[in-house]
Design a protein around this ligand. Structure first.
Ligand code: SAM
Ligand code: SF4
Length: 468
């Protein structure tokens, strides 16, 4: 059977010629055309590929500022001042693939290999819970210990079963190598939140150049992963691009094709888009010298354009970026961030074991990140309500598009942030956080404020996991 037959057609086709043609025809130095696209984008109904091409080629500093300004307004209109927080949990660095940019690749003999036992995973989870995390992203290389794929299911079981000091993980998202439909069904039964996988690059030739061996070498098997996941009933899938491998303008137009394919076939696009940039990785020359580096200003353009192109899709920014870049980029469209992350197995419990996947740009603790984003005017959220109330996939988008979801998200953010402040925050963060909540409440409409205050009061009285 060919890999394409593993999922029901039609399959994703990235039409490279069409992308180059669109970029050629619609790159524009004409300010009035750019402003026309920005006016269309302000309606928060998304953009066509031609519009994306126009914005991707903007280089005039004044127009770039207008692009950022439009993205800020759209972001604020949909997501308000909320920022959702999570952290990755690396369970294993075993890998059979040869991704030239990654420290985990099979030929990196200097890396000490380790897959955590269930006991070690529980220890990691307890530490993450004690920091205040409620949302965890399980990450692994593409090779499992002797249990095979069952290992991932066992890890999920451990994550959900582990509790500590009255805290627990409420949502486990997963970033592991593409699976078959049958395996995806098992993942769904294990109650995962979002299944994430990044295509890394949509550019076929580059893909072959940077993935030299192992299963991941098969472009089609990877790009069809979201189809198989959705066929298996996983409503929320997360896509991503590893920026720095190929021309970013090409990549975002290819991503638009992938998204359109999912929308046409399943009635809903991805739940999230991740925007990692290549970071130095042990033993990888390519990671330190990206073939197509993305500058800081282009990185911000990418986030702003994606926010306008697919306004209701979450955008995730990780701790690969420095605190400074993160501060500058939140406002442009990011809705979820990781914080206090470690990218090596046992990274939270075993400081001496250093075998990370790549270097981090932001080394601050969760408490420090929370204090900083709160001081910047954001409300950190650990909300997991939608997934637990079945508001996923198309149902989530139906609620999100008219803006109704905000009525839930804002009170849920306040309730989960209050939990964090009471249970985990340092005295400084608590002070900053309580002040921020008061301001946030003052800016709410009366009905929403009433709901948020009622929920907050329940949390103050000792109830936990209060959501609507
Ligand atoms: N092994 C699976 C895979 O490759 O799909 C799943 C997890 S992999 C550990 C997570 C992601 O890390 C990859 O998809 C890739 O985008 C990213 N990554 C790998 N090397 C990186 C580097 N040097 N800098 C930034 N991100 C990197
Ligand atoms: Fe393995 Fe994933 Fe790293 Fe590639 S990116 S070497 S598949 S862990």
């Amino acid at each position: 059977m060919s890999v394409r037959e593993l999922s029901k057609g039609p399959h994703v086709q990235i039409d490279e010629a069409a992308i180059w043609q669109t970029l050629k025809l619609h790159s524009s130095r004409d300010a009035s055309r750019v402003r026309e696209v920005l006016a269309k984008a302000s309606a928060a109904r998304g953009l066509d590929p031609e519009d994306v091409a126009t914005l991707a080629t903007v280089s005039d500093p004044e127009l770039i500022q207008e692009l950022f300004h439009t993205a800020k307004i759209v972001k604020e209109g949909i997501y308000g001042r909320r920022l959702v927080l999570f952290a990755p949990l690396y369970v294993s660095n075993l890998c059979q693939n040869e991704c030239l940019y990654c420290a985990f690749r099979a030929s990196n003999k200097e890396l000490v290999r380790r897959s955590l036992t269930q006991e070690e995973i529980a220890r990691e989870v307890r530490i993450m819970i004690d920091q205040g995390h409620k949302r965890i992203l399980l990450v692994a290389g593409e090779a499992y210990p002797k249990e095979g794929f069952q290992y991932v299911l066992d890890c999920l079981d451990t994550i959900y079963k582990t509790t500590h000091n009255a805290g627990e993980v409420r949502r486990a998202n997963v970033n592991v190598a593409p699976l078959t439909v049958e395996e995806f069904k098992l993942l769904k039964a294990a109650k995962i939140g979002t299944y994430q996988i990044f295509q890394e690059t949509y550019h076929h030739e580059t893909y072959q150049k940077v993935h030299l061996g192992g299963k991941k070498r098969n472009y089609e098997y990877r790009i069809d992963a979201m189809d198989r996941a959705m066929e298996a009933g996983i409503d929320d899938v997360g896509v991503g691009i590893l920026f720095g491998l190929a021309d970013w303008r090409f990549e975002i137009l290819a991503l638009m094709q992938h998204i359109r394919h999912l929308e046409q076939k399943f009635g809903v696009g991805p739940h999230t888009i991740s925007v990692p940039r290549l970071e130095p990785a042990h033993g990888s020359d390519m990671a330190s010298h990206p073939p197509r580096p993305v500058s800081d200003v282009d990185f911000r353009k990418i986030v702003a354009i994606l926010r306008l192109a697919v306004p209701y899709t979450g955008i995730i920014m990780s701790t690969r970026e420095t605190a400074e870049i993160r501060r500058e980029t939140f406002a442009l469209g990011v809705s979820q961030i990781s914080a206090g992350s470690r990218t090596n197995p046992a990274g939270y419990s075993d400081e001496a074991f250093d075998a990370s996947q790549f270097s981090l740009g932001d080394h601050r603790t969760l408490d420090e990140v929370i204090r900083d984003v709160t001081q910047l005017g954001y409300i950190p959220s650990f909300c997991t309500a939608c997934y637990r109330l079945g508001r996923t996939g198309a149902d989530f988008m139906d609620l999100a598009k008219p803006g109704d979801i905000k009525d839930h998200c804002d009170p849920n953010a306040i309730s989960t942030f209050t939990e964090f402040l009471l249970d985990y925050a340092s005295p400084e963060t608590k002070e900053v956080g309580e002040r921020a909540i008061r301001t946030f409440l003052d800016n709410m409409g009366p009905a929403q404020r009433q709901r948020a205050e009622t929920m907050m009061e329940k949390v103050r009285q000792g109830k936990r996991d209060v959501y609507c």
